[in-house]
Write a protein that binds this ligand. Structure first.
Ligand code: FMN
Length: 169
């Protein structure tokens, strides 16, 4: 199963979403539209609740459904517009929700981690109003998390730029 993590906040008006649709045109996939889901950042009470459940090994709460879905995916595709040198905050909230010890990875006694996820490939698709410099902090961050916690080893980075340039000096 290919999992499309869609962080295209502008919904049906999104260029990035269109680009991702083209990329996936010959594939079957499941989509999770992170700006339309009931995803919440980890505030004090959610963090405490989550920590207790992780310690008990009880992952039956709905708050773990995104991590379970992510762990089962064979391939990951992320579509996220280029916002303020990275991506919309909804994607970060999603990442907070899928980095769950005991579900998507484990910590080992030497401080390193071991994945519990199936996916080996992640594709990151973005569009920008201007030019994306050599380093896209958004993609770099996603890649680091995916390598470190999920042991994803193959990455594809697709970008389309200069959509909002009209005239200028
Ligand atoms: C909140 C916000 C922040 C943005 N930040 C940048 C930026 O830092 N650099 C850039 O080149 N374009 C920036 N843009 C323009 C978008 O990257 C561009 O319009 C993109 O194609 C939007 O993708 P979408 O159609 O999928 O929403 C920003 C747009 C918004 C709404």
């Amino acid at each position: 199963m290919v999992l499309l993590i869609d962080a295209c906040v502008r919904g049906e008006h999104s260029r990035t979403r269109e680009l991702a649709k083209c990329y996936l045109s010959d594939k079957e996939y499941m989509r999770v539209a992170v700006a339309e889901e009931d995803l919440k950042p980890l505030d004090k009470s959610r963090l405490e609740k989550r920590q207790k459940l992780i310690e008990k090994g009880d992952f039956s709460d709905d708050m773990f459904k995104y991590a379970k879905q992510f762990a089962q995916a064979d391939e990951i595709v992320i579509s996220a517009p280029y916002w303020d040198l990275s991506f919309p905050a909804y994607l970060k909230i999603y990442i907070e929700n899928i980095c769950v010890v005991g579900l998507t990875f484990d910590y080992l006694s030497d401080g390193t981690s071991k994945t519990r996820c199936k996916a080996k490939k992640l594709t990151y698709i973005t569009t920008a109003g201007g030019v994306i410099p050599e380093r896209n902090f958004g993609f770099d961050y996603v890649k680091a998390v995916a390598e470190t916690f999920f042991e994803i080893s193959e990455f594809e980075y697709i970008k389309a730029e200069k959509f909002d340039i009209c005239g200028g000096r």
